[in-house]
Design a binder for this molecule. Structure first.
Ligand SMILES: [Zn+2]
Length: 103
């Protein structure tokens, strides 16, 4: 006996885990734009696809691996001092730099 017609499975965009993950990344990226600005510094977000090399994060000293979204930061007018930071490390720095004496 047949247990009923087998439903044809098709991959729909909204059922595609990869697509969902991309949307999640976009939302996360949008959120992460908040709180990255710090007075006196230029902050540029680097998307994973544009992260082509490994860098050393000046905050934690660990590698920012190629393919990981991160931020490039440099003091206004001094692009020679640009550094590649983990996003979370830069956010910590921003929090410290806001300097309200909260710890
Ligand atoms: Zn770091």
């Amino acid at each position: 006996m047949s247990k009923g017609a087998r439903k044809k499975r098709q991959t729909r965009p909204w059922q595609n885990p990869d697509a969902l993950r991309d949307i999640g990344d976009l939302l996360a990226a949008a959120r992460e734009d908040d709180g990255l600005a710090l007075a006196g510094y230029e902050v540029q977000r680097v998307d994973p696809v544009r992260a082509l090399k490994d860098y050393i994060c000046p905050e934690c000293g660990n590698v920012v691996p190629a393919g990981e979204g991160h931020v490039v930061v440099w003091p206004h007018g001094d692009p020679d001092l640009r550094r590649h930071w983990h996003r979370h490390c830069w956010r910590l720095e921003v929090r410290r730099g806001d300097g309200d004496g909260e710890y």
